[in-house]
Design a protein around this ligand. Structure first.
Ligand code: PEP
Length: 249
């Protein structure tokens, strides 16, 4: 298993100036966190400045989305080559907010993953169930559908998975460590059954991760990292999460 990954998804937050301020103070706080991979995914407009400021550090840079075509008349979209040109190593694909507000289906997610991998971008694929689906005991059914649709004809090299129950995103309601581990175990089982290289895939938990709950989540055997939204926006809070994860390795 590779090192755990702690990834920041800033969503639609931070100007170029705010990005610079964050990185200047954050880097000095996590200099000794060599046992953990750290990734920051700022908005597109901040990628260039973040790339310049992160140069020479071990902190990786990711985008929050990518389009499935390589170039052309697709107003408002961003291609893999554009992300590579600002030194992105990763891209988040299939976040529930993209599925919910921008109608991204598993089929679209699948096309995006294929184009990203063709261009050697590492992918964090997000999956997760709604509250209603959990209450109706459909969690595993939903995860299975998202896995088989999003990963159709895709090999797992360069792909990590973020399990993000929709009811826990930005709500302050975290899945219990046991609930997270149970879902991760299901995902690992699906990978083992259906794909080569299942053991090399990191399964991150996402949904109201904080400095207070990271240690108990990371204590679970199948939790290999975290995708962090709100609590990644402040350098000290995100640094505490990185250190909390390190404390559990
Ligand atoms: C996310 O959007 O990926 C996320 C996990 O958000 P939050 O940490 O704010 O719940």
């Amino acid at each position: 298993m590779p090192k755990p990954l702690i990834a920041a998804n800033w969503k639609m937050n931070k100007t170029i100036e705010e990005t610079g301020d964050f990185i200047s103070s954050f880097f000095s706080m996590v200099k000794d966190a060599a046992d953990v991979d750290i990734l920051i995914a700022p908005p597109f407009t901040s990628l260039s400045v973040a790339s310049r400021l992160l140069k020479g550090t071990d902190i990786e840079l990711g985008a929050q989305n990518v389009f499935y075509e390589e170039k052309g008349a697709f107003t408002g979209e961003v291609s893999p080559a554009m992300l590579l040109s600002v030194n992105c190593s990763h891209v988040i694909i299939g976040h529930s907010e993209r599925r919910q507000y921008f109608s991204e289906t598993d089929e679209i997610v699948n096309k995006k993953i294929k184009t990203a991998r063709k261009n050697n971008l590492n992918v964090i694929l997000c999956i997760g169930e709604s509250l209603k689906e959990r209450e109706d005991n459909k969690t595993f059914e939903v995860l299975e559908k998202q896995l088989s649709g999003s990963l159709k004809d895709v090999q797992m090299e360069g792909i990590d998975i973020a399990y993000e129950p929709i009811w826990a995103i930005g709500t302050g309601k975290t899945a219990t460590p046991g609930q997270a581990n149970e879902a991760h175990k299901f995902i690992r089982g699906w990978l083992r059954k259906n794909r080569e290289g299942a053991e090399g895939v990191r399964i991150l938990y996402g949904g109201s991760v904080t400095p207070e709950n990271i240690e108990s989540l990371m204590a679970e055997p199948e939790v290999n990292g975290a995708l962090v939204g709100g609590a990644s926006l402040k350098p000290d809070s995100f640094a505490k999460i990185v250190k909390g994860a390190k404390g559990r390795i």
